[in-house]
Design a binder for this molecule. Structure first.
Ligand SMILES: Nc1ncnc2c1ncn2[C@@H]1O[C@H](COP(=O)(O)OP(=O)(O)OP(=O)(O)O)[C@@H](O)[C@H]1O
Ligand SMILES: [Mg+2]
Length: 310
């Protein structure tokens, strides 16, 4: 659903008060006191018993054409359960288009995307969210008029049938769901490190907080695969360092991560494997050290002014 979110169609802001206001009054120390419960709430049933290494998602000969432009050209790669896979390549290489194909924004012209042995076929975006693929956007898309916490609860809403957003408006019979949704939302905000601004409108958050909120909202859908599209764009080195820590923590909780990132130091430092695209084609795949020394990859990046790439 989040693809539909634009400044032009902001939803109504649910009534504030109740738990939202309660959370707003909590001090950082009070929030920190919940820390022990946080990890459990964030990742209650991760399938961590499954051996790392079996295929979670497969791109099988995926081609996507926009008119005469071949944005993806017979792309094949697999994402293994439990790994952090980097997806890199120069501007226009087709990285974001991969996310769009995996999340049902576009259907492949030919080939298929297979999640846990099931082709995505004609499934719609919300169905794919329910199957377990979540993403963030290269350009942040949040509900600016809603609070930080409400943005995360909306993410949970995308997964569950009962409307926890309605529950936030304090319909009495939804009180228990409200508590649960808010507690889990708060746990997610603590997990990504922005719980101190839970009651602020998203549009008033500092940029780095907005990026983290996007991640929390994606995690709220309880994804099997979390796709991050340039989550460190615009970050300074210290913020990038913190983000690497967060991505590792996310994987440590049993999530599988697909990471698009231009900063080579970040990519090399955090990923297990890397797939490289250029002009819609996969030109290399391997562990970071192999990619760093790969002549085709070096050639693809020559002359491309990227921080850390040269
Ligand atoms: N909806 C669209 N219609 C037409 N062309 C598109 C569309 N979306 C993407 N493209 C084109 O497909 C190619 C791949 O774009 P994509 O956004 O996937 O690149 P990218 O690797 O994410 O690049 P960047 O690093 O700049 O974000 C580009 O040439 C782009 O212009
Ligand atoms: Mg892109």
């Amino acid at each position: 659903m989040s693809e539909d979110v634009t400044a032009a169609d902001q939803p109504e802001v649910p009534a504030e008060g109740g738990i939202v206001a309660e959370v707003a009054r909590m001090s950082p120390a009070e929030l920190a006191a919940h820390e022990a419960e946080v990890a459990e709430a964030v990742a209650p049933d991760r399938e961590i018993e499954v051996a790392v290494g079996d295929t979670l998602l497969a791109m099988q000969d995926v081609t996507l054409q926009f008119g005469g432009l071949v944005a993806l050209d017979s792309v094949n790669f697999e994402i293994r359960r439990g790994e952090i896979l980097g997806l890199i390549g120069p501007n226009g290489a087709g990285k974001t288009t991969c996310f769009n194909v995996m999340t049902g924004v576009y259907r492949p012209t030919s080939g298929q995307v297979v999640l846990e042995d099931r082709p995505l076929g004609k499934r719609k975006r919300h169905e794919i969210t329910q199957l377990g693929i979540a993403r963030t956007f290269q350009n942040i898309r949040l509900f600016g008029e809603m609070t930080t916490l409400e943005n995360v609860v909306v993410g949970a809403d995308a997964r569950h049938k009962t409307s926890v957003l309605g529950a936030l408006a304090r319909v009495p019979r939804h009180h228990r769901e409200e508590r649960e949704a808010v507690e889990r939302g708060m746990a997610l905000l603590e997990f990504v490190g922005i719980a101190d601004r839970a009651a602020d409108k998203a549009k008033n958050l500092p940029y780095g907080y907005q990026r983290r909120l996007e991640i929390a909202r994606a995690l709220a859908t309880e994804p099997k695969l979390l796709c991050l599209d340039e989550p460190a764009a615009g970050f300074n080195p210290a913020e990038k360092e913190e983000l690497m820590g967060l991505i590792r923590k996310i994987r440590g909780d049993g999530y599988t991560v697909l990471l698009i990132e231009h900063d080579m130091r970040l990519v090399m430092g955090v990923t297990d494997r890397i797939v490289v695209l250029e002009f819609g084609k996969k030109i290399a795949e391997g562990v970071p050290a192999e990619i760093r020394d790969n002549p085709a990859v070096i050639a693809a990046y020559l002359g491309v002014p990227d921080d850390g790439a040269a």
